[in-house]
Unconditional design. Structure first.
Length: 348
């Protein structure tokens, strides 16, 4: 599968990021976009519009998973982490070892554990799976990868220049993914650190929640910079518990994505933190948002993982306490300002 013989590319998930990836792919190939909603399929195929966006004529939609697999060798699953495994199970009967899967989901999977029961349980690495691990567990496909990095969809759809990372253990996955996605304004880096890229993408959403809270309280760039740098350290420590190194966290998939997500009002997680700091309840915000705020689920998982391995993550601990234990945000901020931090940089 080379740039000279591009086939149609498939995308699972017609949310904002799935639609954005479809738009990027449409510069280089035809795209088949899967959604469960027939009304979305009709709007895309008849009017060429979705989410208020005028789509390329290269993008068509379907509710047929078998059609995606029969027409597309390269498929991008981009669905919320809590729905990722069920979606791959439905897709699996139609896949063969010749397919390539590159996911764009920045979250984590819990094996046989209900997220609502997580607080009463002890979890370890064996209970948590990255999306690439889920793809291998649920399908016959071995050539898998992930799409990581700063991906604020509104900026990408506006044609603003940015870059991403395709991480995989396979050169072919990186090469093919790059050929299909790269364009004049979208640069693609490659990485072999698959777990690191996935963990960085998931954990940065927690820090983005906190950044939105600080912004909502009118706090400035000094404390925002402290949050990002100290938060990065906690991300690295948790990544290590999952088998990652520090490398991806210091690159485009890590610090690059973290800065974008934790400083932009276009970030869903940042917006959630901001609204929460203004007095809206968890349930009020969730019910009013059209798409999943991955940082909430990841906060629960990261907190329990750190607790089990006795990893010092004061920022993540305080975010968990504010969101799920009713601790006042002002008290959490004061706690963090007095916390006896470890040396500034000693993880390299």
């Amino acid at each position: 599968m080379s740039s000279q013989t591009k086939h149609k590319a498939g995308v699972l998930g017609a949310g904002s990021f799935g639609t954005t990836v479809s738009t990027l792919l449409a510069h280089n190939s035809e795209v088949l976009l899967y959604t469960r909603r027939q009304e979305v399929v009709n709007q895309i195929n008849k009017e060429g519009i979705h989410l208020g966006i005028k789509l390329s004529s290269n993008i068509k939609a379907t509710t047929d998973l078998e059609a995606i697999t029969s027409e597309c060798n390269l498929i991008f699953p981009i669905v919320p982490s809590e729905n990722f495994r069920p979606t791959l199970k439905r897709l699996s009967p139609f896949l063969n070892p010749g397919h390539i899967l590159i996911h764009g989901t920045k979250g984590l999977d819990l094996s046989k554990i209900n997220i609502k029961e997580l607080a009463s349980m002890s979890i370890s690495r064996k209970d948590i799976h990255t999306m690439s691990e889920v793809m291998r567990q649920e399908t016959c496909v071995s050539r898998v990868g992930c799409l990581a990095g700063p991906n604020l969809y509104k900026e990408i759809l506006q044609g603003q220049p940015t870059a991403c990372v395709i991480a995989s253990e396979f050169d072919e996955v990186i090469k093919v993914g790059s050929e299909y996605l790269a364009s004049k304004y979208f640069f693609v880096f490659g990485s072999y650190d698959l777990v690191g890229a996935e963990m960085a993408g998931a954990l940065k959403n927690i820090i983005a929640l906190a950044a939105g809270m600080l912004f909502g309280k009118g706090l400035g760039k000094n404390i925002q910079a402290m949050l990002i740098t100290r938060g990065l350290r906690e991300m690295i420590e948790l990544g290590r518990a999952m088998g990652a190194t520090h490398r991806s966290f210091l690159g485009t998939a890590g610090i690059g994505d973290l800065i974008a997500t934790a400083t932009s009002e276009n970030s869903r997680n940042f917006q959630f933190g901001y609204r929460f700091s203004k007095g809206e309840s968890l349930d009020q915000i969730i019910s009013s948002m059209d798409e999943t705020v991955e940082g909430l689920r990841t906060t629960r998982i990261a907190y329990q993982l750190a607790k089990n391995y006795q990893i010092r993550v004061p920022i993540i601990q305080m975010i968990f306490s504010v969101l799920f234990e009713g601790i006042e945000l002002e008290k959490a901020i004061q706690f963090l300002m007095r916390y006896p931090y470890l040396p500034d940089v000693d993880f390299i």
